[in-house]
Ligand binder design. Structure first.
Ligand code: ADP
Ligand code: MG
Length: 614
């Protein structure tokens, strides 16, 4: 038995002994409340921590679960507990969808406000829908739960039930976090746009997170109703439920596995411990909360990390300092045969124009960023798109990859219209990109970033993935193999376990390219990949682009480095003020007078400005 399982075994024994040690019913009640709120905190953490969405309506979900369970079991026997429990999960899950789908359009403060409003509305519903909820009188006569014919009278037996349900929820979250879905949720949290263009169906995953969170909140509401055996609207307010649960998640450690439960235990007991000094308890409680947030910004779990046998290990892997010196990069030249087997574009190189924009126009208010642009990209070529700053190059990529909607015009990719399509649809069709201003998944390692985008031949579904069935394990192996090849291709394999934020800028640019390559794209759009690179790094980039070409990936290259464009490009399009002013072979384009004034003219003026500044 290793240390980790030993620690878990000891923890389980200690937990199971609690009802034997705690003899006061009152204290057991508080322990049980901590479990109920622990489950609710785990639920909130899925939306807040895993997905990065600030949702403040959990009092509503908690209440819906409690009322559903109460109405089903009221005055009946404990045998009704399980039907009521399941119904609470289902009804609350449906409510979660009803909130989650419209909330997709909202972000940040707006989402917080909308969900806060939902919680308030539900409080009014509980209060005013008297025919069903009995209003202020509340619902009493809720039975104690039963398992089979064994009625769980007493706080001690309730404890084991609640503990088992909480443990299952934590186990579920553990599987979720460790799965591809956990990576995708974290990607949405870290960089939503890049998650979308990496093929993550952002809308579906956000809704899924909302749904799962709501179901768990409904379960915890049901547990609450059967613990207190009486419910009324004042138990489901922002200040009774949402605010404390939010504090539990934040204090325990947002996005961690066990943190929210720990936070729930601490925050349920703290007021009890502080009650000894009755007069000052609110003050001490408030000051304590503030101090924790200030001094333990990573939450309790962050502070405990590494001390408890590594049991409560946060998700970020070991820091690079402990990983030893990385091996030399020269030792990892890619095996092009293997790379081709795993990363060749899905559907082959193709022939003719893989991409065609016609009459493409994009306006921002009065500004025309792209003006009636026609552009074709031929299969297997490197097509450069150049032009002065602000000429619309990045806007063009944003239009092509579903980030911006065109005002007019069409974009056909592999014969399919993609103008206005969602980013993940475009990504799935085989169009990948990088961002001029890096958008990486900052909480992850180099490898984690690329894994998010990797595409397997036989993707596993939710069920297979969460249960880690054979198909899902095969998929994971497949994703890891492709990720390794993509990293080797870019000369990044020795950096695979480094956290992304510890890398210098130019290596982060290469990670963005590796992430795009792992999607096995037909067409890859690179937005100023050499920006900020020194000549040695530029040579490395040239080698990498050569390898991508060898794989059969068609490339659109936006680049300011004119000699680099002349070396790499088969064809060049020049933009100025969103309009195409020249197109053709690199050498011919360079000579065109309009290009010289528009493009090199600006370069010269840049040079002059630099000289003046120096
Ligand atoms: P480039 O990449 O060629 O330097 P961009 O495509 O980034 O140029 O920008 C083209 C023009 O469109 C610029 O004037 C820029 O300010 C404007 N623009 C780009 N994106 C937006 C936006 N989201 N809202 C308003 N204006 C934008
Ligand atoms: Mg740009």
């Amino acid at each position: 038995m290793n240390r980790r399982s030993l620690a878990i075994a000891i923890l389980v024994v200690l937990l199971l002994a609690i009802p034997l040690v705690v003899t006061s019913t009152y204290h057991m009640r508080i322990v049980n409340l901590a479990l109920v709120f622990g489950l609710l905190a785990v639920s909130l953490n899925i939306v807040l921590g895993y997905t990065g969405q600030v949702a403040l309506g959990h009092s509503g979900f908690f209440g819906i679960g409690a009322y559903t369970a109460a109405l089903i079991t009221e005055g009946g026997s404990g045998l009704l507990f399980w039907p009521g429990f399941l119904a609470a999960g289902i009804v609350t899950g449906i409510a979660g969808l009803a909130i989650g789908i419209p909330a997709l359009r909202l972000r940040g403060h707006y989402l917080a406000l909308a969900t806060l409003g939902f919680g308030e509305i539900m409080r009014h519903v509980f209060f005013n829908w008297r025919e069903v909820t009995r209003g202020m009188d509340g619902i009493s006569g809720i039975p104690a739960p039963s398992i089979g014919i064994v009625e769980l009278q007493g706080e001690g037996s309730y404890f084991y039930l609640a503990l088992a349900i909480l443990a299952l929820a934590v186990l579920f979250c553990w599987r979720l976090q460790a799965s591809k879905y956990g990576r995708m949720l974290a990607a949405i949290r870290d960089a939503e746009l890049a998650a979308g263009t990496s093929g993550v169906n952002v809308a579906r995953l956000k809704i899924a997170a909302f749904f799962i969170s709501a179901v768990l909140a409904g379960f915890s509401g049901s547990l609450y109703a059967h613990l207190i055996r009486f419910i009324s609207p004042d138990a489901f307010t922002f200040f009774e439920v949402t605010a404390p649960v939010l504090s539990m998640v934040i204090i325990g450690g947002v996005g961690t596995l066990i943190g929210p439960v720990l936070g729930a235990v601490v925050l349920t007991f703290l007021p009890e411990l502080l009650r000894v000094s009755d007069a000052y308890y609110q003050l001490i409680y408030g000051a304590g909360l503030a101090a924790m947030v200030i001094f333990l910004p990573m939450g309790l779990l962050g502070a405990l990390h590494g001390r408890l046998f590594g049991l409560f290990r946060p998700r970020a892997p070991a820091s690079p300092a402990s990983a030893g010196p990385p091996p030399e990069e020269s030792a990892e030249a890619p095996d092009m045969v293997r790379a081709a087997a795993l990363l060749s574009p899905k559907g082959g190189i193709g022939t003719g124009a893989v991409f065609e924009a016609r009459g493409l126009t994009c306006r921002f208010g009065g500004l025309v960023a792209i003006d009636a642009l026609d552009l074709q990209i031929q299969a297997g070529t490197v097509h450069a798109l150049i032009g002065p700053n602000g000429s619309g190059k990045s806007t063009f990529i944003n239009l092509a990859t579903g980030i911006y909607q065109p005002t007019q015009g069409s974009i056909r990719f592999l014969g399919q219209e993609v103008a206005g399509a969602r980013p993940w649809k475009v990504a799935a069709a085989g169009l990948a990109r990088t961002f001029q201003n890096l958008r990486l998944f900052r909480s992850m390692t180099v490898r984690g970033n690329v894994l998010v985008a990797a595409v397997a031949d036989r993707p596993a579904g939710w069920f297979e993935t969460l249960l880690s069935l054979a198909r899902s394990r095969a998929e994971e192996a497949d994703l890891h193999a492709r990720t390794e090849q993509a990293l080797r291709l870019l000369g990044l394999w020795h950096l695979r376990d480094q956290l992304i934020r510890t890398l210098p800028h130019e290596q982060q640019r290469l990670v963005e390219i590796a992430r795009a390559v792992a999607m096995r794209p037909r067409l890859l759009m690179l937005d100023e990949p050499a920006a900020g690179m020194n000549p040695v790094e530029v040579e490395r980039l040239v080698t990498a682009i050569g390898r991508l070409r060898e794989l059969g990936i068609t490339i659109l290259l936006i680049e300011h480095n004119v000699p680099l464009v002349m070396r790499l490009a088969d064809r060049v399009t020049v933009l100025n003020f969103g309009r195409k002013i020249a197109e053709g072979e690199p050498d011919a384009v360079r000579e065109e007078p309009e290009v010289v004034t528009a493009y090199l003219g600006q370069r010269l003026s840049d040079r002059l400005r630099q000289n003046n500044a120096a």
